[in-house]
Ligand binder design. Sequence first.
Ligand code: ZN
Length: 212
Amino acid sequence: MENVLEGLVTFQKEIFTKKKALFGSLSKQQKPSVLLVTCSDSRIDPSLLTQTDPGDLFIIRNAGNLIPTYGSAMGGSTATIEYGVSVLQVKDIIVCGHTDCGAMKGLLHPEKLQELPAVKAWLQHAETTVRMVKDHCAHLKGEKLFAAAIRENVLVQLDHLKTHPAVATRLRKGDLRLHGWVYSIGTGDVWVYDEEKKDFVNPSKRRKKSGK
Ligand code: ZN
């Protein structure tokens, strides 16, 4: 906790002063253009990863970056999606999974969740992920199976997002885009789902290859 309190002092003394104008304008309103749904995992730092400022990202975080289908849990996530999409009018929604995700480990090994009833119940919002992995990834084992589950879960949660009326109407109008990402903690890479290729691709690798 010491480092957290020290950080607070540094923020107020140094960082806030440098960005005073930004915080001044943010004190009256927010206009984020992106809603980011990601895991609560401490190793993900959305603002650092995307190099964005306060006010840029509207964020939902929970174990496993799950999005309950509309009506299945009228809780915080659903309300936050509704507000972000209908009121703040975000233009893009990113669902960002990550490597070494504890929630995804739990999905693959439910026997380890006996003492964690709340986690077990929450992970029911990823039941489709479990079924998809069982049906389509039966040939995979170990790390490959784990990686497939992480990717599949991002796609499943994007489907769940589409069940939310606020999202569905904006998609029909064509002024909202959905994106699936998987962040690799160990390498800093972000794999992005490509609708045409039906696979996750790494745009930074392509940029490096083409010399850009
Ligand atoms: Zn996670």
